[in-house]
Design a protein around this ligand. Structure first.
Ligand code: LLP
Length: 424
């Protein structure tokens, strides 16, 4: 089902016209379809039937409380990378024992908070972290359940900035050196080594890198067991890609089928950490055209959504489809344009060299596949308030994060005591 579609000439999110939301909330705003979120999670749940497996949603992709809760209601745990994300997961009702804590640089205070909250699993990425965690767990008088994340040195064939499983990436412990790390962990009294983790990259559009990595890790697990370690869990990570342009990412069902095949007989409980795949296509960014500026070589359509709202195009050369919210007439003439924001940087664009129907001031545009790594990577650059977030469910919608006022933004700051206060 298409959760964002034209109805009677106007783009809708499920049963709600985006222009209705724009009238009430203003622009720019993010809009998520609860139906699309549930459909993606439902496909995971169906595919995992009969497998000893579960999803820990990688909430870095979209950490809106309402989004996390939607998945938690369907049985998902959470994959977190900071104390802040842990607090969000707990606030959204994720049970602590369904939380997996990933990340290459966890601070002792964050590890302490995680152990105090009772998170289910900590994925350790270095020997130094093993030692810190052991000390923190000792202080609390507990045993921390850990996996060690290995770096299988497999090319995920994705953008360089989101490749994580190659030698030379900062993530995990090199699979050739990891045996030693397991030996160290096995001797630390406050750690309980329960398994192995991997995550090879994001926006993967083929299954072969997963297949190669799983095979490598499965061999490694056999070796660990022969060394006397009890390996019960295998965390396969996330990374499954979505459609931005014309990619043909594997279906969730096919992905799970391959994992099932490759882990047959391994006798491990599996964890999946999908982020983008659960939320990416379920969210859009809506902006309004401020003005149109014809140039010598091309036309600039200046909209009120900018790189601070969606940084992916300029940071990763990402292609996001952009369509007018009011449906163009069939066969309407198009013009070649760049869709850009008002920020004072040439890198401030949402799209370049697109052929779009003629737009004018006041028209709304929708940026597709913006549900993952959109709002969460937003900033207040140029003192632009963070774009609000809206969830649609059928014919209802709710603002799940309101737009901060500029007064709110200024009130968060302080002058140093030695400065004279500006006169009001
Ligand atoms: N698990 C771990 C350990 C991760 O580092 C990540 C993502 C995930 C799971 C979820 O990956 P996903 O299923 O979403 O691909 N900002 C970038 C993506 C960064 C991904 C970071 N790690 C982007 O906008 O493309």
């Amino acid at each position: 089902m298409n959760y964002f579609a034209y109805k009677k000439g106007d783009m809708h999110a499920e049963g709600v016209a985006l222009k209705t939301i724009a009238e009430q909330v203003g622009t720019p705003f993010y809009c998520y379809s609860a139906g699309a979120l549930r459909a993606a999670m439902g496909e995971f749940n169906r595919g995992m039937k009969g497998m000893n497996a579960s999803v820990c949603y990688a909430m870095k992709a979209n950490s809106s409380l309402a989004v996390i809760k939607t998945f938690a209601e369907m049985g998902a745990g959470a994959d977190i990378v900071s104390e802040g994300e842990m607090r969000r997961a707990l606030a959204a009702g994720v049970p602590a024992n369904r939380i997996v804590y990933s990340g290459v640089g966890k601070k002792p205070a964050e590890l302490m908070a995680a152990l105090q909250a009772g998170v289910g699993q900590i994925n350790v990425e270095s020997v130094a972290e093993l030692e810190t965690l052991n000390a923190v767990a000792g202080q609390l008088g507990v045993k921390a359940a850990i996996t060690i994340r290995v770096n299988p040195d497999v090319d995920a064939k994705t953008h360089a900035k989101i490749t994580t499983g190659k030698k030379g990436n900062k993530f995990g412990i090199d699979i050739d050196l990891a045996r030693e790390a397991f030996a160290i962990a096995g001797k630390l009294p406050h750690l309980n080594v329960v398994g192995v983790a991997m995550h090879i990259g994001s926006q993967l559009t083929t299954l072969s890198p997963y297949q190669r990595s799983i095979r490598k890790v499965a061999k490694f697990i056999a070796q660990l067991r022969s060394d006397g370690h009890r390996i019960d869990r295998f965390d396969v990570g996330g990374g499954l890609g979505i459609v931005y342009k014309k990619e043909k990412p594997p279906s969730i069902t096919d992905f799970l089928a391959i994992v099932k095949k490759e882990t047959k007989g391994l006798d491990c409980e599996l964890t999946f950490e999908p982020g983008r795949r659960l939320v990416g296509e379920a969210g859009v960014l809506v902006g309004e055209v401020i003005l149109v500026k014809p140039g010598a070589s091309k036309t600039f359509v200046i909209v009120d959504a900018a790189m601070n709202d969606l940084i992916r195009p300029t940071l990763y050369d990402a292609w996001h489809d952009i369509v007018p919210v009011r449906q163009p007439r069939p066969g309407a003439a198009t013009i070649r344009c760049d869709i850009v924001g008002p920020i004072c940087e040439s890198g401030d664009y949402l799209a370049q060299n697109r052929d779009l129907p003629r737009l004018s001031a006041g028209d709304l545009v929708m940026v597709r596949s913006a549900g993952a790594y959109g709002a969460v990577m937003g900033s207040t650059y140029n003192t632009r308030p963070l774009a609000p977030e809206v969830m649609v469910d059928g014919t209802r919608f709710a603002v799940t994060r309101p737009r901060p006022s500029i007064d709110d933004m200024l009130a968060a700051e302080r002058f140093p005591s030695w400065m004279e206060r500006p006169k009001p």
